[in-house]
Design a protein around this ligand. Structure first.
Ligand SMILES: Cc1cc2nc3c(=O)[nH]c(=O)nc-3n(C[C@H](O)[C@H](O)[C@H](O)COP(=O)(O)OP(=O)(O)OC[C@H]3O[C@@H](n4cnc5c(N)ncnc54)[C@H](O)[C@@H]3O)c2cc1C
Length: 400
């Protein structure tokens, strides 16, 4: 087989890129380790930046999003039960975010891929990348029947997430990684109950962080910070609801509608960046190159901004406009990635309880949140990061 661009992984990064390339008339093959129902079934991100919504519109993928997505003009912060509102739209000249689950995004991407005839090789085992530093790279794998397969291509794009094979294909002496592992996780549930607020509530409480989020007007997504060694089995629904309500404070907590959860998982929190995001004919995009703690709602949005930049660069190459875009991809993407890393790390730091925190640290946190409550400048900084920074410009860590 031959294609122009081989894409490893059919998550958000891989599928958005496949659609972007198709829109520019570039051939691509997506090679995915699992099947569609597995990828579509994963309960993950839920808040889309304006640029992600814009891309879905541009690619003709937004019909259901326009009907079902919930546009949020603001968000709420809560400190020990005292909630205040941040009017993001007013602070950013009208920018908003949209609540629309990653599962819905994936369904739209896969449905349209089927209609448009985008090629996806499902259930690909033992995926391996070859000759990435030459001019004729290729990818091998075993298909669902165990048969050996190979595709020759011009470029390989690793969109295979944190546990994929692509990042490890960069030589060890080229790759540099930067990491923070947080000493806690998020215990998250989904329940068929109306959300407590119209917009999200990020709560800092002395017992730990809580987040009130949602997927629709009838489906809530709630989280509480928990220890990394905890087991979901120790968190029956009643214990979860009690803890959530406590952390949201008496006023908000009293308005929470309780119900049986139908999903309950613990996710660890991590900040991670692997540089560079290009080596030879291999590009990395999305979680394959970087992870953020979910506090800033940036994970899926970063995957989308990476492939938006990469799609432009590859289109420039195939239109004969030169390789400046390809050569600059890593630096351009990393400049934005590090800003999202900074925001996600900062937002995590001011909202969570760290095991090593003493009275001083706690008072600094309280002062910071109180400052945000009273300062339009601080609110604007939070708002412009939350709705998503522009895709262009910036100084890359590659220059360091
Ligand atoms: C438990 C969890 C909860 C999250 N919650 C949030 C949230 O609330 N908000 C938020 O913004 N973000 C959240 N995220 C992050 C967000 O979901 C990711 O940032 C986003 O999915 C990244 O998309 P991606 O395409 O880069 O990677 P992925 O979605 O990980 O997709 C990678 C794809 O590659 C495939 N793959 C892996 N290895 C191979 C291989 N060897 N060969 C072929 N294919 C392979 C995988 O099966 C997968 O389909 C969460 C992530 C996790 C894990």
């Amino acid at each position: 087989m031959r294609t122009q661009v081989a894409i490893i992984g059919a998550g958000p990064a891989g599928m958005f890129l496949a659609h972007l390339l198709r829109a520019d008339g570039i051939d691509a093959l997506v090679i995915e380790r699992r099947d569609r129902s597995y990828v579509e079934g994963r309960v993950r991100a839920g808040v889309l930046e304006q640029a992600t919504v814009g891309l879905m519109r541009r690619l003709g993928l937004a019909d259901r999003l326009e009907r079902e997505g919930m546009v949020h003009r603001g968000t709420n912060l809560s400190l020990d039960g005292r909630m205040f509102h941040i009017d993001m739209a007013a602070l950013t000249g009208g920018s908003t975010v949209t609540v629309y689950g990653q599962q819905e995004v994936m369904r739209d991407l896969f449905d349209a891929a089927q209609v448009r005839g985008l090629e996806i090789a499902w259930n690909a085992a033992d995926v391996a990348l070859h000759e990435l530093d030459g001019t004729r790279p290729f990818v091998t794998w075993r298909d669902a029947d165990g048969a050996a397969r190979r595709v020759d291509c011009d470029f390989v794009v690793g969109c295979d997430g944190y546990h994929g094979v692509s990042r490890a294909s960069l030589p060890a002496d080229v790759r540099r990684t930067f990491e923070r592992v947080y000493p806690f996780g998020w215990l998250g549930i989904l329940a068929e109950v109306p959300p407590v607020e119209d917009e999200l509530v990020y709560a800092n409480h002395e017992r730990g962080f809580a987040l009130a989020s949602m997927r629709s007007a009838t489906r809530s997504r709630y989280y509480v910070q928990c220890g990394l060694d905890e087991d979901v089995a120790d968190w029956p629904d009643e214990r979860f609801w009690d803890e959530l309500c406590l952390r949201l404070g008496p006023e908000t907590g009293a308005r929470v509608t309780r119900g049986a959860s139908f999903e309950k998982t613990i996710a660890p929190l991590r900040s991670f960046v692997s540089e560079p995001m290009r080596w030879g004919r291999l590009f990395l995009a999305g979680d394959a190159a970087h992870i953020v703690p979910p506090t800033g709602a940036k994970g899926m949005n970063l995957a989308v901004s990476d492939v938006t930049m990469l799609g432009e660069a590859l289109a420039g190459h195939y239109r004969g406009q030169g390789d400046a875009g390809i050569d600059g991809y890593s630096a351009r993407a990393l400049a934005r990635v590090w800003k999202a890393e900074r925001f996600s790390w900062w937002f995590t730091s001011v909202t969570h309880r760290f095991p090593t925190m003493d009275g001083f640290d706690r008072r600094i946190q309280m002062a910071e949140l109180d400052y945000i409550r009273g300062s339009e400048a601080a609110q604007r900084t939070l708002a412009e990061n939350y709705v998503g920074l522009p895709l262009t410009g910036g100084v890359s860590s590659e220059a360091v």
